[in-house]
Design a binder for this molecule. Structure first.
Ligand SMILES: O=P(O)(O)OC[C@H]1O[C@H](OP(=O)(O)OP(=O)(O)O)[C@H](O)[C@@H]1O
Ligand code: HPA
Length: 190
């Protein structure tokens, strides 16, 4: 189960971004190159754990949610909506603030309206800053969130999402230290 993802995670280098131990992996960074078979493995797994038929659009966040979310879109024919890091000044655009363990910035939602049913797919949840801000904005917009899926999880950020009534599905949970990456859990194996 998710063998390519697990093996590559264990072999990920870790660097410092300020105080933050940052792992580098194809799915979360596009570095080194992304193995399409690994993306396929992840997309297949996600399709087993979510009810995709009810979804109007697959929602992801620039940049590194895109490879997996796009694979799901291609497999299902369901449109892809990308939350961008730059504004387009279109009517209905919603701005939110993103904060991660190593960066702060703005995100912009376009193309969604009240009543739309989405699943959110992202590459990593860590502090939860990104997904919490996104979930709050979508709730204010009246967008229905059917599932939140993160390929990789680290830290406790997901607990704050739970407080918002959202139970994220985290495919592989890891610990990251200066020594490297350790696998803690695989979704479905709890
Ligand atoms: O739980 P958090 O602490 O918020 O971290 C998770 C976020 O960090 C990364 O995004 P980043 O802004 O680095 O962008 P990228 O996808 O362009 O690399 C990742 O893609 C998540 O969106
Ligand atoms: O350590 C990380 N590596 C890659 N992407 C990330 N997004 C949040 N934390 C990380």
């Amino acid at each position: 189960m998710l063998e390519k993802l697990k093996t590559s995670l264990i072999n990920s280098p870790v660097i410092k971004r300020g105080e933050y131990n940052y792992f580098i992996h194809p799915i979360s960074d596009g570095v080194p190159s992304i193995d399409p078979h690994m993306v396929e493995e992840i997309a297949e797994y996600i399709l087993q754990i979510t009810d995709i038929k009810k979804v109007d659009t697959i929602l992801t966040i620039e940049a590194m949610g895109i490879p997996v979310a796009n694979a799901l879109s291609l497999k299902t024919g369901i449109p892809l909506t990308i939350v961008r890091k730059r504004p387009y000044f279109l009517e209905g655009e919603v701005e939110l603030s993103q904060s991660t363990g190593y960066s702060k910035g703005a995100l912009y939602i376009n193309g969604l309206k009240k009543g739309d049913r989405v699943i959110i797919v992202d590459d990593v949840i860590s502090t939860g800053g990104t997904l919490i801000a996104l979930v709050k904005a979508l709730k204010t917009m009246g967008v229905e969130i059917l599932d939140v899926i993160s390929v990789i999880g680290r830290g406790n950020g997901y607990l704050q999402l739970k407080e918002l009534g959202v139970e994220p599905k985290i495919l592989v949970t890891i610990d990251v230290s200066e020594k490297g990456v350790e696998i803690k859990n695989v979704f479905g194996n709890e």
